[in-house]
Design a protein around this ligand. Structure first.
Ligand code: PXG
Length: 478
């Protein structure tokens, strides 16, 4: 790092205040350590500076308008520019910007939100969700899950039940516990992870792991069976919980076959293991329901949420604690020595309440389930015929497609070609934010999208695919 950039010269700061891209990039690379970023690379290319937003669009400092098909980072479900959310934050800041909820105190928005979430979380079978534990993020929430699961088994006199089983390619956050629960080998490689007593089974990714001639349903049962194999290998009396995303998001929108979740439920029931549904991405309408376990019909004990509970306008996360765990923690537990300064932050909870008001009055989960989700599915059936696309699939208002070298044989491109990144570059150049996970291109647009918005997004996706195809053809790679 150039020492002269360590303290920003006032002139540079003044230029940055005028959205001077070069000045902002210089200050950014001198001072801001970004998450999941190669800083050598960032310093050479400079960060894209996002400066404003409205509806489903964001603008960068060069004035370029981008259709944000990733809702910020799977969060901005009600879209940008919602005055009601800013007003809720302002009003709460002027009334009570902060107070803690540690020492027998509480605050109005935290209470109201807990009751509202309890009313929104559907009862399934004998499972009800009357209680909420608050944090500020998905990672913290999953750390809390580890604490709660271990406490639960200790209180039941089974302290040997320590192991939490997760899945390869899962994402559960970036803290020590979150990254350990996640199944990303690149994260495990940095920092001696996973921490002890966390194991991973293979993911239910039919396109990659299905056998020739195997049906999706047969594969779903086989993939769920890996959980039972792992339980038996570890010894059922050692296993505390299974954690999974309903649909794996950061892993590339991996949608399990219909047979998967019912079989997982049968297995966790058989061995009495707790089930954690990590719905940081999938809750609050993304899959057409307030909570995704309802869509797939399983009965979790703990449900992680974050992101869209406030549509990303302010950080908030938490865990819906089902009756099985809540009863034990509350009735037998005494003090639970765990919590965060910002557990139940009044401003975050006030914004969440206003966000839920919007989702409810605009019926966003229902719209995704009955209208925009099915419409997106139809559009993806069409895009699946593109010569570069091996498979294209949707679930609610999230979707993934795989770029392949040979459509018939499903042959992949060599990894070092980074074809996903080529496609992503064309997306950006043409005004679309779409994410690449390897050669899987994924979207999770705001739930406010109309059919016309979806048509425009599909036009941009097709254009990016055509340009990628053209570039690969010119380079003789297909
Ligand atoms: N669980 C799930 C299922 C997530 O998707 C987290 C936990 C952690 O949440 P926090 O708020 O601590 O970040 C997430 C977060 C990506 C990407 O590249 C996805 C997430 C975060 C950052 C990047 O798709 N998901």
């Amino acid at each position: 790092m150039n020492p002269s950039t360590l303290i920003a010269p006032p002139a540079l700061v003044r230029r940055a205040e005028r959205y001077d891209t070069q000045a902002l990039q210089a200050l950014d690379s001198a001072h801001f350590i970004h998450p999941f970023t190669d800083h050598g690379d960032l310093a050479t290319r400079g960060a894209r500076v996002i400066v404003k937003s409205e509806g489903i669009y964001v603008w960068d400092s060069e004035g370029k308008k981008l259709l944000d098909a990733m809702s910020g980072l799977w969060c901005v479900n009600v879209g940008y520019g919602r005055q009601a959310l800013a007003q809720a934050a302002y009003d709460q800041m002027m009334t009570l910007p902060f107070y803690n909820s540690f020492f027998q105190t509480t605050n109005v928005p935290a209470v109201k939100l807990a009751a509202r979430l309890a009313a929104l979380a559907p009862k399934v079978g004998d499972r009800t969700f009357e209680h909420v534990f608050y944090s500020s993020s998905g990672s913290e929430s999953n750390d809390s899950n580890v604490r709660m699961v271990r406490r639960y088994w200790d209180l039941l006199g089974q302290p040997q039940r320590k192991v939490i089983i997760s899945r390869v390619n899962a994402y559960h956050g970036s803290t020590m516990a979150g990254a350990s629960l996640g199944g990303m080998s690149g994260m495990h490689a940095q920092g001696d992870l996973p921490i002890p007593n966390i194991t991973h089974i293979e993911q239910p990714y039919f396109f990659e792991n299905g056998l020739p001639g195997e049906s999706a349903d047969a594969f779903g049962l086989r993939a769920a069976g890996w959980l039972e194999e792992e339980i038996l290998a570890l010894g059922a009396d050692k296993v505390a919980a299974f954690i999974a995303e309903p649909v794996q998001g950061a892993g590339g929108v991996i949608i399990p076959p219909a047979t998967y979740w019912p079989e997982i439920q049968r297995i966790v029931d058989k061995y009495g293991i707790l089930l954690i549904s990590d719905e940081v991405i999938c809750a609050f309408g993304r899959l057409g329901h307030w909570f995704a376990y309802e869509k797939f019909g399983y009965k979790p004990d703990l449900v992680t949420f974050a992101k869209a509970v406030t549509s990303g306008y302010i950080p908030l996360g938490g865990v819906m604690v089902g009756n099985r765990v809540a009863q034990v923690l509350i009735e037998k537990g005494g003090e639970f020595n765990h919590g965060y300064t910002y557990s139940g932050h009044p401003v975050a909870c006030a914004v969440a309440l206003a966000n839920l008001d919007i989702m409810e009055s605009e019926q966003l989960p229902q719209r995704v389930r009955d209208d925009t989700g099915p419409y997106l599915a139809k559009c993806f059936e069409v895009i699946a015929t593109h010569p570069l696309v091996g498979v294209a699939e949707t679930c609610g208002l999230t979707a993934g497609l795989v770029l392949v070298k040979n459509k018939a044989s499903r042959e992949h491109f060599a990894e070092e070609l980074s074809v996903g990144m080529i496609c992503r570059r064309h997306c950006f150049q043409n005004g679309l934010v779409m994410r690449a996970v390897g050669d899987r291109m994924i979207i999770a647009p705001p739930l406010t999208m109309t059919h016309a918005d979806i048509d425009e997004m599909m036009r941009l996706i097709r254009q990016a695919l055509d340009l990628t195809h053209q570039e690969l053809t010119q380079k003789g790679l297909i």
